[in-house]
Design a protein around this ligand. Sequence first.
Ligand SMILES: [Zn+2]
Length: 1017
Amino acid sequence: MSVPAQEMMITKLRESRSLLLACEAIGWLHMAGKAHPDFLRHYGGAGVSYEPKNWHKTLMPAWSDRLAWLRLPKSKVPLPDSLAKFLEEYDKQSDGNLVGFLQAAHAMASGIEKNLPSSTSLYLGQDITHMWLASPFGHPVRNLLADPPPALAPGAFESLLERIGRLLDDLHKLAETAAKDAHAWWLWREAAIGPDGWLREAFLSTLAETRLPNNDVTLWDQSYVAAALFKSAVAGALLAECKEWTNLKQQTRWRVLTIGLGSRHYEARSVKIGDWAGARRDIDGFFDQVRRLIEVDLAVGSLIYRDDETLAFTFPGLRFDATSQDPKGSLDDTSAEALRKAIRTEVEKHAESRKFETPPLTLLSDSTRSFIGIVEQLRNAREILAIPLHRTWAVPEHGPAGGHVCSVCQVRFNRPHTNDRTDNARKQRVCGVCADRRRGRLDAWFNADGDTIWVSEVADGNDRVALLSFSLDIEAWISGDRVDALRSQSVHDWRRFNAVLGEYWVRDQSKRRVEDNSLDAKSTRDSLHKHVLEVLRHAATTSYKLNQTQVDLILGNLQEGYRREESLEEFFSKIVEDRSGAPEWGQLDDDARARWIIHQLFRKLPSPGRVYRFWRSAETFFDELLLRFREIAAAHPNRWRTRRLLLEPGGNAGGWDDRETYAGRLGDAPFEVLFRADTGSFVTICNLARCLDAEEAERSLSGRSVEVKGDDGRSRTLSIQRVHEPHKIAAYAPVIPLERSPQRFRVLVPLECAPVCIETAMEKWQEEFGRVWDRMPLRTGIVTFPRMTPFQAVIESARNLEADLTETKPEVWRVHGCRTKDGVTALTLIRCDRAYETVLVPTALPDGRDDVFYPYVRVEDRELRDVRDFQHPDRTVYRHAAALHRGDGVVVHPSRVTAVFLDATGRRFEKAKSWYLSDFGRMRDTWDLLARTAPSLGALRGAWAELEERQIAWRNADGGWVDGASEEWIELARAVLSNRLGVSGAALEHLTEAARDGILEWAIEWHLGWLKQGMED
Ligand SMILES: [Zn+2]
């Protein structure tokens, strides 16, 4: 398509902004009635009758009047005769107007979850005493009626309605007055549904569906995703000048638009932490601009995923029944590609204005009805982004030739300062762009924009810092693979609670066919397989066409849409092909088809709403962890640990550079300040707990002089005359979050706080991911280093550790014991290293029912044993945690931890030893025991020196023990611990065991070597 055609598409989208954003708002609101607590009470059996579709009837002025402006003569899209149809018929059969797209979007976002007929899923209901909102990993988050969130408090719904009214009025006003002003629209949208938006906040705290186990997706997830899909579908219809409005619900598809920037290049080139923080800020700012472009300016889609390098948006797709000649009113591939190019041009303009050294990427997926392909596209994007110049790109503001190349970006020429005395000082200067990036984050800091940005403030009493990197294996969940292990129902329970099946869809009750459930209650699983296979074989004689005059009662009661299907092939395409990575119908025989149909009918689905929720949950996990880390790092007996001071120099304040840092020593302690020309004073940017005692007053610094050096390498004296509290930035938490994406969280903390931070993360992970402990590993990388270690070495080391951890392969652990008590199953497992590990898996719901939805593990077996066991069509067997027996082999994706101490920067190339994460707890316990039992630090050092010496002597060059030495060394360890430290009894057994496993050595290295921990003598 030609360039003018591309521009025309962009223009058309901008001209339709009001309509598209109105559609999105309708999408957010279409289920607003569910935000009323009576919705929960009604389904909780409280005898309250509540119709969630009636909420808009109390709006004054009415919904239809408030949106009447949509019926403008220039609007080319068919609207329903009553605008209330958006709110009343979103879950009905397809309408031939705009409502049809909302129906399609609603079905994609939540309809596929609710295709359970209500009559046969009654037993899955929650009652008013236990109306839980759960995490997507089964962790009960809140009992919504017993402990209501603010959004469900008395009167909250009425004020919600008021705000909704205002939202609609503002929408109308914007449509009339500010249609062309994208910024006004952006503010309107962000206020409602941005990170702190009121509508988002309210809908996040309650449910769209009360039945188990769909109580894991909030009203927000469903509404937001439906709105995003609705908006994109309408945008597609406008661009394609859609004239065919039939079967929208069944035929509409979407694409995914991915936009990325290779942020890891900026990270790898950062010399100082400020370079990375500055680049990260710019990249985040750029991502926000892109979001604004796609979501508001063009209003063509909405964000459904974001990480450190990529953004994914909904985008109009090609209809399912389109042919190469006829797109049937949807956006064909040529036009989609033209629009992608036009968007690319816009995106690149933003990247140029941010002066990025590398080009952004704009990718479009094929048309789809599920988002499970999103992960493949993100991987593809990351691969392309791994090449810095994956397409031609002129580096903005290249700068005049001559001088040195900038030490950060390595592409522009730098700008030496006039003060620079040595060639080395000149070489280290950065270019204008990199200098601006450093400055940009300083500006934010002066305005108290969050945490500290100074490593010198993070450093602990020994001048040491830890970079903690945590990752969750979230991609495997978003791609749907791990969701295979989650159930929406147990086959056994479904049969048990539905002994009789009927034609619930026949209105006249007296005419309904009612029969006993034909599945054998004793072997339901086999019986169901046999049944579905029979249905398939029978239909095979008529090319899989279905005669629905007599609907199969089993399938008709398992899936609401089944009775309307005209062929099993079509049913298969919707239930299986559309929602999984299954082979196509044509590649399978009837037996395999039956297996797939059954698997899909009983599993939880990676629906768009749930995929979106996976993303958000992983981010929330890290956000909450950061809050805890702030508290941990800020808790210090010396209040100066978290304070800053403003120092006024005596005499002439000239000769200091604005916003430059100056470092020296105050007594024994490292001391660092930043000069601000506007106030002619210095702000401390170091750990003041090392300079001042807890009870000392700030004025004790006045009158003192410090020798300091700046970046120019010159030494000079800072005489402190007066001391104040600085404005806005007087206090801080000594943590620096470096990165927070759904996959990974990196943060700098004082090394002395690192163990507690790690233990906190482990506890939180165990609590929230206990049901999926085997499939959602928490991987932890720890880089500990002295404050002055170059940032590049630290970050490279972190990346090496992370890469090692990513390589972690699944392992088979053997069950040693399995005991269930009070709703918790305690599994004792024998790991690959022969050590025992105990895992606590919650296997009951808060209301006491068995949790048959989440706690399944993959087992080595190919045979089904327990009634709750189930088999994936690829033959993998999943078993309920409480049904495991001694000897069962469980496939585990282990949580591991790797740590390194960068006492020399060369260490970053060494392969660090990796441990099971639970061993970190064992290591800490071992230290506690040592600290309690050893008579003194000196005695412990002496004892360990003896053991270490023998250990070195008795090992080969490759690190292995010489023959028989290993047992002898352990005996020696026992003797030394007993004789030199006086340890006996159980403590001696424990410590000898720890010596055997290497845990003792780890405990001593970590606490004596890294933490420089003392001991009470
Ligand atoms: Zn540069």
